[in-house]
Write a protein that binds this ligand. Structure first.
Ligand code: AKG
Ligand code: FE2
Length: 305
């Protein structure tokens, strides 16, 4: 079998390495995505969370719909297939998902919904481990930008970070021709950590906007990228990167795919007005809070809520 070409497109960064700020900064400015190792998130946590996700999604649709959180814009609990359409996309994404927010019951977005104790036991520790890893990446980005190491981590504490368990079912024969597993989009938040998905399909847009480049996490790696909130706050010094999940060709379309992005968000009251950084273009970005930014984007991609 040939080696996946994916690794050539993004660099591998050791989160514990002394060079993490420089390496993460370079990777985010270059491809916009990187593969993270030495991140402290154990394979066992990931395996147990995938097992819990698989058994949740295997249930009948009506059972899953019991865990929809009305009025939460999908930030908690279940969203059925068709519930999210990327801005400008021709069709809704071919995916269903379940979202878990902060583990503290008094978080601004409300308490989590737990279908079962065993689901909660599998997901909570992964959420906590990814939150720690994301905070360390945020610290490295702060150092890279010449800010206090706690600048970004301090803004994440109490934020609406979300662990999203996604199930892409086998591509239905009657799917609209324009529908893909996840249409091209940039993430809304500060930073995203994606533990290895169960199948290929993730592609990132090259910086010169000419090509789609496949990205695959090897065992033990976490794919990481930065989102539009960080782009706004840094006045475009750290840009977000457009990416998508394509439908597999041939027989692969009959297989489901699971993935688990962790979207690291600032607190809703955090001011995203561009900072005065070298190379920033504050005129191109907006002055608003993270809560306003998130609400605007969620209402745009969830037209039926
Ligand atoms: O499933 C994946 O690999 C990526 C999903 C994604 O980009 C997203 O949910 O924002
Ligand atoms: Fe994404």
């Amino acid at each position: 079998m040939s080696e996946p070409v994916a690794e050539e497109h993004v660099s591998t960064v050791r989160l514990r390495g002394a060079d993490a700020p420089a390496a993460i900064g370079a990777a985010l400015r270059d491809a916009g995505f990187f593969n993270l190792v030495e991140h402290g998130v154990s394979d066992d946590l990931i395996r147990d969370a995938y097992a819990a996700a698989e058994s949740f999604f295997a249930q009948p649709e009506e059972e899953k719909r019991r865990f929809v959180a009305p009025g939460a814009l999908g930030q908690r609990g279940y969203t059925a297939t068709g519930g999210e359409r990327a801005a400008g996309a021709a069709a809704a994404d071919l995916k269903e998902f379940f979202q878990v927010g902060p583990l503290e019951d008094d978080s601004p977005g409300g308490p989590n919904i737990w279908p079962k104790d065993s689901f909660r036991d599998a997901i909570e520790p992964l959420y906590a481990a990814l939150r720690d890893a994301a905070s360390k990446v945020a610290s490295a980005v702060s150092v890279h930008l010449g800010l206090d190491p706690q600048f970004l981590p301090d803004r994440i504490v109490g934020g609406e970070s979300i662990l999203r368990l996604i199930h892409y079912p086998p591509v239905p024969d009657d799917a609209p021709p324009a529908a893909t597993r996840a249409a091209a989009h940039a993430d809304i938040n500060f930073l995203t950590l994606l533990v290895g998905a169960t199948a290929a399909g993730l592609e990132i847009r090259s910086r010169d906007d000419s090509r789609w480049l496949p990205v695959v996490a090897q065992p033990g790696q976490i794919v990481a990228d930065s989102g539009d909130m960080l782009q706004n706050l840094t006045g475009g010094v750290i840009r977000s990167t457009v990416h998508r999940v394509v439908n597999p060709p041939g027989e692969g379309a009959r297989q489901a795919r699971l993935s688990m992005p962790f979207f690291c968000h600032p607190r809703p009251d955090v001011d995203l007005t561009p900072l005065d950084l070298s190379g920033a273009r504050p005129d191109k970005y907006r002055s608003l809070t993270a809560g306003e930014f998130l609400h605007e984007r969620l209402t745009a991609i969830r037209p039926d809520d």
